[in-house]
Ligand binder design. Structure first.
Ligand SMILES: NC(=O)c1ccc[n+]([C@@H]2O[C@H](COP(=O)([O-])OP(=O)(O)OC[C@H]3O[C@@H](n4cnc5c(N)ncnc54)[C@H](O)[C@@H]3O)[C@@H](O)[C@H]2O)c1
Length: 475
């Protein structure tokens, strides 16, 4: 047993040395690895004022510039167009002109007139010219995920509010840059975590707020979505709607981590009021072996950049255990290459109730001590009783205008409505980075043999303040 421990320790030290940039050939004590890890996640000096609950002057009509109108951006053009005159798309940029043209065609067909919109394309920095315009209030970023943080930082520096797709950041350094820039510029920087507005998720949040779950102890969440074939589609074939330059597969080739954590985790963070009285403390993470991508790779066309490739970094399944300061446990999974039905799991356990998603099931302590899921009639009663007020008010409008069952419309409706009224947004820069930082933290833990890694304190101690969630305000 002793020998085993020593061998593990040597391996850990070697891995750590490479990962943490320590001099090779030298052994390091556990304390020095721990110290390095803690230094990596320590808070840098603040550069501005906190943006918790940030209010800015009301913006009667929010003038929008969009960067990236690929698969997701095309849908956002439709959703934002439906919010006129509260919002107005002023400019669109995509590195590919064909995508800009497609977005303009969509607007023409939706509005039955030629859109008057400034367009930018043709180079990887064309978006900067758009962001410099002085007639924009909000920049909406829908480019490949590793581009979000630097585009958001530059946009805030140019005096614009920002809404970015998920995850908003891929590294610790970029996460801090987002926080520091938002604080220095006093701009909104919201990650577009649409799942926080899902009908089921807001129903659960309403039940949590009304004490139905009792004391929360555990949640399970994830992103389980079979994208195996889609990942390989080359974007040279525009009709097949692959990802630009295969950016998503590129990540799997290079990074062994949870690469898409926020859809499952965002709602759970809201249930547990992370950043509003509790905080993610540390995580440990583990990845399975990699198999699906390299087994499928020889079946992709020979001209594909990833044809017959063996060395994908990402294991098929990444799991993480996250512990909060108050002692709650979250199990988070990410698998987009296995033949399984879609699920974000959405399981929540408290002392008085338990929920599991896919399909939605609820058990209550007061009903048979929770031994059975509620029957259809009782579940329906609970769904009606705790339906979130925003869904009560906007269900048909949302289903008519928004993707993913309407959650995308409610997300943008809330963002624009709060900006129109000069109210704080439902989600702050701190939420976006807290949920996205899972990417670099799981990477660190996996590379170091599943060691515990501390979360940075993006709120610099202010997470201790019990604050209300904004999701119930101004509805
Ligand atoms: N919230 C959700 O439910 C959801 C769903 C799908 C995707 N997403 C996120 O949306 C983002 C976009 O995903 P997608 O599926 O649309 O990918 P995509 O590859 O289809 O679209 C990205 C677009 O960005 C453009 N682009 C790339 N570099 C650019 C640059 N330098 N300047 C301007 N344009 C540039 C590409 O040409 C492409 O049209 C990703 O971050 C993804 O994680 C979120």
């Amino acid at each position: 047993m002793k020998r085993q421990n020593r061998r593990d320790f040597l391996k850990l030290s070697a891995l750590s040395a490479g990962f943490l940039g320590l001099a090779p050939g030298k052994l390091y004590a556990h304390e020095s690895i721990e110290e390095k890890l803690n230094n990596l996640t320590a808070s840098p000096k603040r550069q501005g004022e906190s943006v918790m609950g940030l209010r800015v002057d009301p913006i009667e009509q929010v003038r929008i510039g969009i960067i990236g109108v690929g698969n997701r951006g095309y849908g956002h053009v439709k959703t934002l167009n439906a919010l006129a005159p509260k919002a107005k798309i002023v400019a669109i940029c995509d590195i590919r002109e064909s995508r800009v043209t497609r977005a303009l065609d969509l607007l023409q067909s939706l509005n039955n007139k030629k859109p008057k919109i400034a367009t930018y394309s043709g180079s990887k920095d064309a978006w900067k010219e758009m962001v410099k315009r002085d007639d924009l209030d909000l920049v909406v970023i829908i480019t490949p995920a590793p581009e979000h943080a630097h585009m958001a930082v530059y946009s805030m520096q140019q005096g614009k509010h920002v809404a970015s797709e998920v995850p908003i950041s891929f590294t610790l350094e970029d996460s801090w840059k987002l926080v520091d820039t938002a604080e220095a510029t006093q701009k909104h920087c919201m990650m577009l975590e649409n799942v926080c507005y899902g009908e089921e998720e807001l129903w659960m949040l309403n039940m949590v707020e009304n004490g139905v779950f009792g004391t929360l102890t555990h949640a399970e969440a994830g992103y389980l979505h079979n994208l195996l074939h889609k990942l390989f589609i080359s974007s040279s074939d525009p009709e097949k709607r692959g990802y630009y330059n295969q950016w998503r597969l590129r990540l799997h080739a290079n990074i062994n981590a949870n690469l898409y954590p926020t859809h499952g985790l965002g709602p759970v963070a809201n249930y547990m009021k992370i950043g509003r009285g509790d905080k993610f403390d540390h995580l440990v993470s583990m990845s399975s072996l990699e198999a699906s991508l390299h087994e499928y790779s020889p079946d992709s066309p020979p001209e594909n950049a990833y044809y017959d490739r063996k060395n994908f970094a990402r294991g098929d399944m990444n799991s993480a255990f996250i512990k909060t300061v108050k002692g709650r446990l979250i199990t988070l999974k990410h698998d987009v290459v296995s033949p399984r039905p879609y699920s974000r799991i959405n399981a929540l356990t408290g002392t008085k109730a338990c929920h599991e998603g896919y399909p939605s099931r609820l058990s209550l302590y007061k009903e048979d001590n929770g031994h059975q899921w509620l029957n259809e009639v009782k579940l329906k009663e609970m769904k009606e009783k705790y339906e979130h007020p925003i869904w009560k008010k906007m269900k048909s409008e949302a289903e008519q205008n928004g993707g993913h069952g309407g959650m995308d419309y409610i997300l943008f409706y809330r963002l624009i409505d709060n900006l129109n009224k000069g109210l704080p947004l439902d989600m702050e820069v701190y939420d976006g980075v807290n949920w996205s930082v899972i990417v670099p933290l799981t990477k660190m833990s996996v590379e170091l043999g599943s060691v515990p890694v501390k979360f940075p304190d993006f709120l610099r101690g202010k997470w201790k303040d019990e604050r209300e969630l904004r999701f119930f305000k101004n509805v």
